[in-house]
Design a protein. Sequence first.
Length: 231
Amino acid sequence: MSLMQRIKDHVVPPGNVMLWWLGQNGFIFKSPAGTTLGIDLYLTDSCEGLHPEINLKRQIPVLIEPEDLDIDLFFCTHNHQDHTDPETIRRVARKNTTRFVGPMPSCEIFRLEGVAKENIVPAWPACEITFKDLLLRGTFALPTDDSDLNHMGVVAQFERGPKIYITGDTDYHELVASAAKHKPDVMIVCINGGFNNLWRLLSSRGLPSAVITICFRITASTRSNFGRHSR
C-alpha cells in the first residue's frame, strides 16, 4: 500500500492531528474529520543543477509521487523552488479538487503550472483562511535573501486540536516571535548554521517548548535533520 493511501486510510482520534514528514520543510497534516493539509511539498529533484557550484541533488527518496498526491490544501510558505516546486505542482493530477495557497509569487507559479484561478488562494502574514475544520493564520517570516521577499509562516489548527506553528524559512527577528499571540502548542522551525538556532531563541520568547527542528535542505550540501526538542 502506498504512503498516500495509508494517509487517506488513517483514522485520527478526536482532538488530535497526525503529521507525516516528507523531507525538507514538507509535511502532510490530517484532522479527525479527514481534512488534509500539505506544507511546502518538494516531491521531485528539480533543484539539482540550479546552482552548479552547490550539490543540490536530493539525498532521500521521494515518498509520494506528485501524481499520487491527494490532499485538500497545498500550502507554500514562499517562492523558493524547494518550497514552491513548479515540477511538483505541474505533476499534481488532482488540481481540480485541491486548493493551492501561498503568497502572491507562489500563486503565480500555481497559475503557470495549470491550477485554475478558482483553486488559487492568496495568503500573507496576518491573513486568516478557513477550510472545513481547518483554520490557517499567516505569520511573519524574515526573508533569508533578496531572491524572494514574500516569506511567511503559518499557524494551523484543526477544530479543537493542537495549534501547530510552521515558521517557514526565516532568520530571527522579534516579529517572528509575534506568532506567540496565537498560543501554538507545537513549533516546526528551520534550523541552519547560517540563520541562528531559532528554536532556542523563539522558545525563550513565549513560543512552545515542544519543537520539531528541520534544516533547509535534503541535499548533500546541507543534510536534513529532523528531531524533537523541549525546553
